[in-house]
Design a protein around this ligand. Structure first.
Ligand SMILES: Cc1cc2nc3c(=O)[nH]c(=O)nc-3n(C[C@H](O)[C@H](O)[C@H](O)COP(=O)(O)OP(=O)(O)OC[C@H]3O[C@@H](n4cnc5c(N)ncnc54)[C@H](O)[C@@H]3O)c2cc1C
Length: 600
């Protein structure tokens, strides 16, 4: 079994050595788990990803989803791995026993899904959304809704979707026009159209449960007037059998740049006035309900970007070791050497390795914070973990997807002309990856969430919590002689981040607010690199400690980890200062020219 998807030695290092997730097993919530059960889960996930998901990735890309008379034929080759995933209970891995789950930490679910997304992004999109739909019904549904919809979703008999987007309501979710009209029996008639709905129509499952945002007649405009509804493709009878079709039709699927195996559907609800929906959660709280789905999805989409970067990097590494061009650097020997020895290729690969591993640590840390928040019994501690999750979510989503895509593009470059050809898989990774920066809130919207909301919320408490955590690691690493200069570098970048945050906050409170806000994305990118600097410093001191007494097999890994950390802190992180200086210039040409700048 060849795994060119995820470096599991690195995943294990993050889970067990950096985050020490075995601590979770000491809590009541995760008390039934141990390193042995975690290892069993990872091994099984690897087999499923490598043996079942990856082999049908290209086929799914080639055949795509076929739309015919209102139905969608998914790639036939997806049926078997989808079935095995469901049979294996992967859908509800992190959920409580009461709903049929395995009570595993969410960070384990993410570690396994890095393998699944890397192996077959389009296929795994069905599963991620199905899990989120089940989760939101678990949290907000009535007992009857849980029985009728949640259970079959967790079992994978039904698939789930989230339906926000309409033609005029993309990032502007509150502009949704889908309408809900009260019926005497307590249900609602849903009328309207949704676009771009992933898995919106598919033939992998016997029913589809749509979680739909719509406005009850008479409710206010904007997001605060929206409510959430469960709208099944087929109505479900009280005994769980399927009833009539629910006046909901798919009128087409998009032809896309990537994830061809995932049907991105146009849905029309209630053309004949017969589409029944059930209210999920309180009226006019649809956005709050949907946010539960979106928060999980945002970090999961971050994982998608990171996972595709991981697969692209490992493919590029393999290629660079095999492909020979040119003589050895600085010699007159014309014997061709592997391209990995050329300085430009080597730097490219190290950059890719650094981002792949740094982002893996960030995504797994964010989910570990979710687990700690769930498991903590102390209210103050819970608040602290939640602060970390809230602040890190937009960074994990945007940085992992932007940089994950950059890694895929660099992987193509390392392959030269072969990278541009279908036979080598990296071009598909790049095409599949691009969407991750767009859906689940574009990365521009993530930057606004970070800059406009998260760093200000609770009077800056979440921001302070993150900085405090960074400083703990800086202090710890300063005590190790070999790392002291790197600890100082990261410390300097954190101080600079605090300073640029103050600068932009000050500017954004006055008449320069528009100009200040235009820096939201560069600010997020800087924040992301400082966070990765922190992750690497943390990993470096853990690796230094582990090196002493490590066996022969582990020594090269720790040495590589320390070298990668030093490379990121020494060769990548310093770029943030130039970017911060640029922001501090606060160049006014951006606003002075107004619209006229675009006139040719
Ligand atoms: C393959 C695919 C699958 C999808 N799956 C789903 C799904 O399952 N469910 C679902 O509901 N939707 C889904 N979407 C829709 C997706 O979430 C939206 O495309 C996305 O939210 C952006 O909306 P939009 O395309 O209308 O772009 P727009 O909102 O028009 O944005 C265009 C550009 O303007 C920027 N922008 C917009 N508003 C602002 C603002 N206020 N401030 C700053 N910048 C702004 C954006 O960042 C973006 O760069 C999917 C889309 C695709 C392509």
């Amino acid at each position: 079994m060849e795994n060119k998807l995820v470096d599991l030695r690195d995943s294990r290092f993050v889970l067990y050595e950096q985050l020490e997730i075995e601590k979770l097993c000491e809590t009541e919530r995760f008390g039934d788990h141990s390193k042995e059960t975690f290892e069993m889960i990872i091994d099984t996930a690897e087999k499923l990803a490598v043996n079942e998901f990856a082999p049908v990735n290209s086929e799914g890309d080639e055949v795509g989803c076929v739309f015919e008379n209102g139905t969608v034929r998914c790639p036939e080759a997806f049926r078997s791995p989808f079935g095995k995933y469901c049979e294996g209970g992967w859908m509800s891995l992190p959920d409580v026993y009461d709903v049929g789950g395995q009570n595993a930490p969410i960070c384990m679910y993410f570690a396994c899904h890095e393998l699944f997304y890397a192996a077959n992004h389009a296929l795994t999109v069905y599963m991620g959304l199905t899990h989120s739909a089940a989760k939101v019904i678990e949290l907000y549904g009535t007992d009857e809704q849980k029985r009728k919809y949640m259970q079959p979703l967790y079992e994978g008999r039904y698939s789930g979707t989230m339906d926000l987007t309409e033609t005029q309501a993309g990032s502007d979710v509150g502009a949704a026009r889908a309408k809900a009209v009260r019926n005497p029996d307590g249900t609602f008639s849903i009328v309207g159209g949704k676009i771009f709905i992933s898995s919106g129509e598919n033939d992998l499952t016997e029913n589809i449960v749509h979680i739909v945002l719509a406005r009850i007649e008479g409710d206010p405009e904007g997001t605060r007037g929206l409510s959430c509804f469960i709208v099944p493709k087929y109505r479900v009878n009280d005994d769980g059998t399927l009833g009539d079709t629910n006046d909901l039709v798919c009128s087409g699927v998009e032809h896309k740049m990537g994830i061809h195996g995932s049907p991105t559907s146009v849905l029309n609800f209630g053309d004949n006035g017969m589409c029944r929906g059930e209210l999920l959660g309180p009226e006019q709280k649809g956005i709050v309900v949907m946010f539960h789905m979106m928060n999980e999805q945002r970090v999961l989409v971050g994982l998608q970007g990171q996972a595709l970067g991981s697969a692209a990097y490992l493919h590029a590494l393999d290629f660079a070791r095999e492909r020979k061009q040119g003589g050895a650097f600085g010699t007159r020997d014309f014997t061709q050497v592997p391209i990995i020895t050329h300085p430009d290729v080597r730097r490219n690969l190290l950059w890719m390795k650094a981002y792949t591993e740094g982002l893996r640590a960030l995504v797994l840390y964010t989910t570990f914070c979710m687990d700690m928040e769930t498991a903590s019994t102390d209210e103050e501690e819970k608040k602290r973990w939640l602060n970390l999750v809230e602040l890190l979510t937009p960074i994990a989503k945007a940085c992992s997807t932007d940089k994950g895509f950059d890694v895929c593009v660099r992987a193509i470059q390392v392959h030269g002309g072969y990278g541009f050809c279908k036979e080598y898989k990296v071009e598909q990774f790049a095409r599949d990856c691009k969407i991750t920066a767009i859906y689940e809130g574009t990365n521009g919207i993530q930057a606004l969430d970070l800059f406009g909301r998260k760093i200000r919320m609770k009077q800056g408490e979440a921001f302070r919590t993150v900085v405090e955590e960074m400083k703990k690691n800086i202090e710890r690493a300063s005590g190790i002689a070999a790392l002291a200069p790197y600890a100082e570098s990261v410390g300097r970048s954190v101080a600079a981040l605090e300073e640029i945050t103050r600068f932009l906050l000050e500017k954004s409170s006055g008449e320069d607010a528009y100009l200040a806000c235009s820096w939201a994305t560069p600010y997020l990118e800087i924040f992301g690199d400082v966070v990765l600097g922190w992750m690497f410093l943390w990993q470096a001191w853990k690796a230094c400690e582990a090196q002493t007494g490590a066996g022969e097999r582990d020594k090269p890994f720790y040495a590589g980890k320390i070298a990668t950390a030093k490379f990121f802190i020494g060769s990548v992180l310093p770029a943030v200062y130039g970017r911060m200086d640029t922001i501090r210039q606060f160049d006014r040409s951006f606003v002075e020219m107004g619209e006229s700048v675009f006139v040719s």
